[in-house]
Design a protein around this ligand. Sequence first.
Ligand SMILES: Cc1cc2nc3c(=O)[nH]c(=O)nc-3n(C[C@H](O)[C@H](O)[C@H](O)COP(=O)(O)OP(=O)(O)OC[C@H]3O[C@@H](n4cnc5c(N)ncnc54)[C@H](O)[C@@H]3O)c2cc1C
Length: 320
Amino acid sequence: MRVVVAGGGVAGLYFTSQLLRLVPSASVYLVDPKPVHEFAIGIPIAIAGLVDFHNLLYPFERLKRITYVKATAAAVENRCIRTREGPPRLCGDYVVLAPGGLKLGSVEYWTVRGAEELLQEARRAGAIRFVVNELTPVTGFQEIAYSLKARFPEKEVSIHIVYIGDDYKFLLEPWREQASKIGIVINEEPPPPKRPGELHLSVPVLRPHPLATQLEVDPVTFETQFDRVFLIGDSSLVKLGLPPIGWGALWQASTLARALAQEATAGVFEVDAADWIAAGDRERFLRWLTYRMTAGTPLAHLKGLYDLWIGSVIRPLSGE
Ligand SMILES: Cc1cc2nc3c(=O)[nH]c(=O)nc-3n(C[C@H](O)[C@H](O)[C@H](O)COP(=O)(O)OP(=O)(O)OC[C@H]3O[C@@H](n4cnc5c(N)ncnc54)[C@H](O)[C@@H]3O)c2cc1C
């Protein structure tokens, strides 16, 4: 069984680790233009000082159980991808696209380098204000606000939700109470006029990745209109009308890995329909999807998630 995975972020690596656990003989070719995996979900704990930023980066070359191909997937056809600067065509029995979402904006808090720069700016600022004015903003701003307040309790930290999609309201709601307990102000008003020494951050928008714009996604199997080509992760979730969160990426990655493993071992491709499709209860599904992300104290949860990621995904893929 040969699988080409485009994108080694949360969705791509989790899919790969689950597939290799179920089908140890599978050959996985992981295509990513960056030489390192970045664990975006861990950025808030690095900002809070619970881990070093460099601990969130892991070189793909050290993942001994896969073949890393340093290239940008540029197009998809049949069971192959075309790459921009690597081998012209990479084909497999299956192609799994997991390129994340396209993020547009002036503040880059989803990369380790961008988050380190943001921390430096925040050190110098007296107040830090996040301004949300997008239907589908890049998630993570609320965890970053939380980390900054935890690290610099003396600074004013506020979130101004001028405009946002309903699913994000849903996501933010259970989190509000925790945030206000540590002194973060959240309101639906534009921020006050910027005073000297304040940092105002316009939260970027997330759109489907260019590789995914023309793709259709089946809500049960995540298969695209191309036979045995699948789309998972942030772009897939947005296309399915779900919020682009890591928990959703993990759900899709494990569902798909189980289905492909079953086809490889028993010759049957079968996917358990998720609740929202089976019962038509989208609200309940969203609640399930977002519960672990939003309930409780985010930083403590995220540190636990980071330890799990290293122990259950990175180490096994490294052959340790
Ligand atoms: C600061 C922050 C905190 C967050 N906290 C949480 C949280 O607490 N809980 C939660 O559930 N979610 C959280 N999220 C959201 C979560 O990180 C994302 O939903 C998740 O990373 C999406 O996974 P992904 O694999 O789709 O994309 P990514 O993790 O962004 O990975 C995409 C990968 O694809 C590669 N790539 C891009 N283009 C190409 C191409 N053309 N060819 C090949 N490879 C390509 C990229 O280099 C990258 O390695 C947070 C996000 C941020 C920014």
